[in-house]
Design a protein around this ligand. Structure first.
Ligand code: PLP
Length: 401
């Protein structure tokens, strides 16, 4: 663990002005139990040994770093590299924290895992963890996302999960979190709410980051071994921010420029994007303080992006903090740029990226020509199999973009 990671957040979960745990009284003892269990169990030799075994023999880690030579040649300028979380079992980085949370739940004597999901990747990963550990699984998912991410819904059901459709409000990720919290209230004795990103009340932003840290540790070693130096720039898409914190945390104490890429959707008008750091204000959401996109009444605003997994009006508190301190630069890519990147990577590298990850690819394609001789490492957080029906039905093979 780096100096930064050891000192951040504070004991009670604050990343500067952001984070904390604003909980309804009935949930307080349950979050205290999770905090104590995490502190005690996750540092034990037994937990570490078992998690290492799972990562190697079940997840297939380490995932490689690939030099995207064709894409680099086409863009001109910087050399682009990708950390291949699409090759992690189940096809995205989400399994890194799900297996660890499942293992923690088993040590705690829990019998059920539950969570919200947007793109379905976290739901699939958690259902996988539940199957592996022989636990029940309950996944809350907005109706809009259920329609858009049908293959992942089928996968969750095949893995034995109960998928609960969420039909109120915007019927998307925020409402899925609301619905899951509601259900968790009545079963917190036996279930662990394995929140899907570096969001939620303390200890989740810290715990999920630390379980995703493996991505940054591997990527740093692999990049050094491949090129003899560290990358000049590291970039990742930011929804809640778990894949970004995973890779950033490996480079946070280095002289490496870090970029978070938010979804600009179809325009910068409120309701048509989910660029929370770019346009948000301080506020509370789902039990923690962070930047929030708010409507005229001060409530979380409706959001839009082509990538369901980035569709959230809040962001992990650590990102709000790293934005404030200036350690990470937050920028954006819109739907069109992400779709173009989706097609470009598929055709010229043989890698179909998740629409979420395509935002990071779009950033690298845009920035490469501005940084000749430099290197850009992106976190390719997931594969795009889940998106192919939606993309081809709506955008064909991308010729009109
Ligand atoms: C492939 C992929 N990347 C990124 C994300 C966004 O989540 P986070 O910002 O927590 O990495 C998701 C969410 O579902 C995802 O499926």
């Amino acid at each position: 663990m780096t100096a930064y990671l050891k000192s951040t957040p504070t004991r009670d979960g604050w990343f500067g002005d952001y984070g904390g745990a604003m909980l309804p009284p009935p949930l307080e003892p349950h979050f205290k139990e999770i905090r104590e269990a995490y502190d005690r169990i996750s540092k034990s030799a037994e937990f570490i040994r078992e998690l290492r075994y799972i990562r190697k023999h079940f997840q297939g880690r380490p995932t490689p770093v690939s030099h995207l030579k064709n894409l680099s040649d086409r863009c001109g300028g910087a050399q682009i590299y990708a950390k291949r979380e699409d090759l992690n079992h189940t096809g995205a980085h989400k399994l890194n924290h799900c297996m660890a949370e499942g293992l923690l739940a088993r040590f705690m004597g829990k019998t059920k895992l539950m969570a919200e999901t947007g793109a379905g990747q976290h739901g699939v990963a958690l259902a996988t963890a539940a199957a592996y550990f022989g636990m029940e699984c309950e996944i809350h998912m907005g109706e809009i996302d259920i329609a858009k991410e049908a293959p992942n819904v089928t996968r969750m059901k095949l893995l034995g999960a109960n998928v609960v459709p969420v039909s109120f409000g915007g019927r998307s990720l925020k409402e899925a979190v609301d619905s899951c919290f509601q259900s968790y209230l009545s079963q917190a004795d036996t279930a662990l709410f394995a929140i899907g990103s570096v969001v939620g009340p303390h200890p989740f932003p810290m715990m999920v980051r630390n379980f995703q840290h493996v991505v940054g540790v591997e990527a740093r070693d692999q990049f050094l071994e491949m090129t003899g130096e560290l990358p000049d720039m590291v970039a990742a898409c930011v929804g809640g921010g778990s894949n970004a914190m995973g890779i950033f945390s490996g480079f946070i104490d280095d002289d490496v420029a870090l970029y978070g890429v938010e979804p600009m959707g179809t325009s910068s008008r409120l309701g048509e994007h989910a660029a929370t750091i770019t346009y948000g204000e301080d506020g509370d959401i789902h039990g923690f303080r962070t930047l929030v996109l708010k409507d005229a009444e001060g409530n979380p605003a409706p959001v839009h992006t082509v990538a369901s997994g980035l569709d959230y009006p809040g962001v992990g508190p650590e990102h709000a903090h790293l934005h404030k301190t200036g350690r990470v630069t937050y920028t954006s890519a819109d739907d069109r740029a992400a779709l173009k990147a989706f097609f470009e990577l598929s055709r010229h590298e043989g890698i179909i990226p998740a629409l979420e990850s395509a935002h990071a690819v779009a950033f690298a394609m845009r920035e490469a020509s501005n940084h000749p001789g430099k290197s850009i490492l992106i976190n390719l957080s997931g594969r795009g199999d889940k998106d192919i029906d939606y993309v081809t039905e709506n955008f064909g093979l991308g010729d009109g973009l």
